[in-house]
Every structure is written in structure tokens, then in C-alpha cells.
Write a protein that binds this ligand. Sequence first.
Ligand code: SF4
Length: 256
Amino acid sequence: MSGIIFDIKRFAIHDGPGIRTSIFFKGCPLSCWWCHNPESCALGIQHVDFDFKGSRIIGKKMSSKELLKEIEKDRDFFEESGGGVTFTGGEPLLQSDFLQEVAALLKGADYHLALDTTAYASPQVFSKSVELMDLVLFDIKHMNEAKHFEYTGVSNKPIFKNLEYLIENDKPIHIRFPMIPGFNDDVIHLKLMTDYLKSLKKIERIHLLPYHKIAAGKYEKLGIENKMNGIEEPSENMIQEVKNYFLSRGFDVRIG
Ligand code: SF4
């Protein structure tokens, strides 16, 4: 089976334990205002015109065996560092059959597997896709459904349902929280979110991902409206305040 990948990053150190190879799946059902990888959102292979620099092809069709071969090149680093493979995107669950096939091949060869996901998928797709994962990096963007819809284009209901499935099934989870000024960084929202996470009893770590403007140029090149225009990156102080709040609620916090 083949899937569409838009990047492979080696020596990643923020996507799970140890040194990892991160596989970026193309396509995402969300359309977050702050997306750092807007080139990943559409599912198919794209030819994008970059003015005088010529055009670039975004996305590559790869078979599961080709992907396995690429990943095998990094095996020594995984063994030395306790690392492995992280599926990210985009949203890997949008190509769930391909994801499941690749995960089964890798698990057969004893790789540590992590899935970085929005968890926006049906319970059937989600449960089957996380079966072979050793760790789920789970994004939480906003607790309020209407706000979530406004800024991402989808409801958060299936996302929380899938989070609760992971809890019931004792899957290791790290929460990823994109800190977006004016959207989800106010005290009321942080309290609501941490109350919810506490009620689940098994969440220990939150990765705080502060908004940055790094992707602004990509929006221009892709001809996509950048809804974050005029919104500033959070200051070091603001980031520390949110970090300290999470710490005060008893979570282990990592930035980035
Ligand atoms: S979920 Fe991630 S990849 Fe998808 S639109 Fe949002 S930020 Fe971009």
C-alpha cells in the first residue's frame, strides 16, 4: 500500500523519547489558524508556484516498504538513544490504512512508535490506529466546542471521546498544547483544561507549544489567507506564566 508523505525529519528530539525519525503524513481535516505546516493540509500531491524561484512539488507517494527502508537507516540511533519513529503531519489518521500497515511492519521489527495526532477521527479508525503505538502525543487546542470550531473548523467532541478511549485503555499519553495568544491562553481556559485533565487521573505531562510566526512566509507563497496576521508571539514572561500554572496544577511541563 502507498501513502503520501510530505517530509521525513531525522534526529528529531521533541517528538517523543530519544532520537526519532518523524514521518510527516500529508493531509489534515483541521484548518487551524496558526498552522505551521499549511503545505501539509491538502491530502494530494501539490505543485506550488514560488514566483521567481520556480515551482515545488509538495508530497511524495511512498509505499510502506519504501518508508520502512528509509527508517531502517536510523536504527542505530534509535537503539543508542531509546528513540524510535513518530508519525506526524498533517494528520496521520487521515491515511489510517497506510498508517496501520506501516505501524505493523515497524512493530514487527520492534521499533518504538509514537503518534502525534489531533485525534479527530471516528472511534473505529482511532482505536485501530493507536493499537500498535507505544505513545500518543495528543493535541488539545480548546475545551469550548464553539471556539474550537471557529479556530480549527471542526468540533472537539470526537477528540475528547478518543482521549477518554486512550485513558480507559491505559495508553501512555503526552498532551500537546499549542499556546495561542487570545485564543486559549487565558486563565479561565487553562483552569478548565487542567481540571479536565486532572479528572482523567492519568495525564502527567503537558508539552507547551508557544505560537510562533515562523510559517507566515509560507502562507504568502501558498496564497492562503493568514488569519494570524497582526497576532504577536507570546513573550517569554507569558510562556513562563502558563508553564508555572501547569506546574502548580501538578503536571510535568516541557516547552517545545
Ligand atoms: S491540526 Fe496541525 S497540521 Fe492540522 S491544521 Fe492544525 S496545526 Fe495544521
